[in-house]
Design a binder for this molecule. Structure first.
Ligand code: MLT
Length: 332
C-alpha cells in the first residue's frame, strides 16, 4: 500500500512538473519572438537552399518584426545541420530549413540517422517547390542530355556529376536519372551546390543537376549550358531546354520541396506566429511573381500550412523507401 502511495505521489509530482514546464513554455511563447530567431541552413552559402532561405527569411522577418539569422551548417548532405536542429531547445528560436533529401530520403539512405524527420520535428510551413535543371560546362562536348547518356553508355562510370553532398537533392536526382536512363555515373560530392557549381564552371566535372533559382543567374552569365529539365513541361525561363521526361527518360519528373521545421515540442503559438508571418509575406504578389520568374513553383495556399507539411514529410519518407530501393540508390 505504502509503495503504491509513494509511486502515485511520484507520478503526480512528475505530471505537475511537466505541466509546469508546458505552462512556462506557453507563457514564454506569448511574447514570441522576443529575440532573433536562427534558421539552420545545412549547406554552404550561395546554393539554392541558402538563396531561398535568405529570401523567405527576410520577408517573414519583416512580418514578424524580429530578425531571422541564417546559420550555415553544412555537411553530410544536410544531415549534420538537421541533427543539430533536432537537438536544439524547442523554444521557437532555432528552426531548420529542411528539404527532400535530409527530411524525406535520408531515413532510407542512412543505416544510422541521428534524427527522425517525422518524430523529432514539428512542421512550421512549406516553401514553394523548385524543379531542377541538368547542366554542363560552357565548353562541354555534350550538347544534349542524349549526348551525356550515349557517352555514359559507351564508357560506364566515366562521367562525373557534381552534387551538393551525399544525399542532397542534386545527388539523389542524378542517381535517379542514371537509374532510369540505365547508365552508370560517378558522383562527386561537395558541401553545397555553390562549390559543386564552381567546379562545373571550371570544367572539373562533366555535369550537375541544380535547382532552377541558382542555375538561372549562372546561365545568364554564359558559363554553363542547360540540357534538360526535371519539370513535366518546358519552362519559359529556359527557352529551348526540353524536359528530360519527354524523350530521354520518359515520365521522369521531380522537384525539390523545402520547409521550415521546429524541434519537437515547440509551443504551438510560436509555430503559428511564424507560419502566419510567412502567409502575410506571400500576399505580396510582386514577390511571388519574382519567385515564379526564377522557375520556383508556387503551391496552393493549403499546401503551405504546418499540417500539410507534416503530412507531406511523412508521405515523402514512405515514398523514398520505395524510390531508393527501386533505383538502388546507395550512399557509397
Ligand atoms: C541540394 O542539391 O540538395 C541543394 O541544392 C543543396 C544546396 O542548397 O547547396
Amino acid at each position: 500500500m505504502r509503495i503504491l502511495k509513494t509511486t502515485a505521489l511520484a507520478l503526480a509530482g512528475a505530471a505537475l512538473a511537466l505541466a509546469g514546464a508546458a505552462l512556462a513554455l506557453a507563457a514564454h511563447a506569448q511574447g514570441y519572438p522576443a529575440k532573433p530567431i536562427t534558421w539552420i541552413v545545412p549547406f554552404a552559402a550561395g546554393g539554392p537552399t541558402d538563396a531561398m532561405a535568405r529570401d523567405i527569411a527576410q520577408r517573414t522577418s519583416q512580418q514578424l518584426g524580429q530578425q531571422i539569422i541564417i546559420e550555415n551548417t553544412p555537411g553530410a548532405g544536410g544531415t549534420l545541420g538537421a541533427a543539430k536542429a533536432a537537438r536544439a531547445a524547442p523554444d521557437g528560436y532555432t528552426l531548420l530549413v529542411g528539404h527532400m533529401g535530409y527530411m524525406g530520403a535520408a531515413p532510407s539512405l542512412y543505416k544510422k540517422l541521428a534524427y527522425d524527420p517525422v518524430k523529432d520535428f514539428d512542421a512550421v510551413f512549406r516553401f514553394p517547390d523548385t524543379p531542377l535543371v541538368l547542366l554542363v560546362g560552357k565548353n562541354s562536348p555534350y550538347k544534349t542530355a542524349e549526348d551525356l547518356v550515349a557517352q555514359a553508355k559507351k564508357a560506364p562510370g566515366k562521367l562525373n556529376f557534381s552534387n551538393a553532398g551525399i544525399g542532397s537533392t542534386s545527388h539523389l536526382v542524378a542517381a535517379l536519372f542514371a537509374s532510369r536512363a540505365g547508365i552508370e555515373i560517378t558522383s562527386v560530392s561537395y558541401k553545397g551546390a555553390g562549390p559543386a557549381m564552381t567546379d562545373l564552371v571550371a570544367g572539373q566535372v562533366d555535369a550537375m543537376f541544380d535547382q532552377t533559382n541558382t542555375a538561372l543567374p549562372q546561365l545568364a552569365g554564359g558559363r554553363i549550358a542547360a540540357v534538360g529539365l526535371t519539370s513535366a513541361a518546358p519552362m519559359a525561363q529556359f527557352p529551348g531546354v526540353p524536359p528530360l521526361g519527354q524523350k530521354v527518360v520518359p515520365g521522369f519528373e521531380t522537384a525539390t520541396w523545402y520547409g521550415i521545421y521546429a524541434p519537437r515540442g515547440t509551443p504551438r503559438e510560436a509555430i503559428q506566429k511564424v507560419y502566419q508571418a510567412y502567409t502575410k509575406a506571400l500576399a505580396d504578389k510582386a514577390w511571388t511573381d519574382k519567385m515564379a520568374s526564377q522557375g520556383i513553383r508556387l503551391l496552393p495556399a493549403a499546401e503551405y500550412t504546418p499540417e500539410a507539411l507534416a503530412k507531406h514529410t511523412a508521405s515523402e519518407v514512405e515514398r523514398w523507401r520505395k524510390v531508393a530501393a527501386d533505383a538502388k540508390i546507395s550512399l557509397d
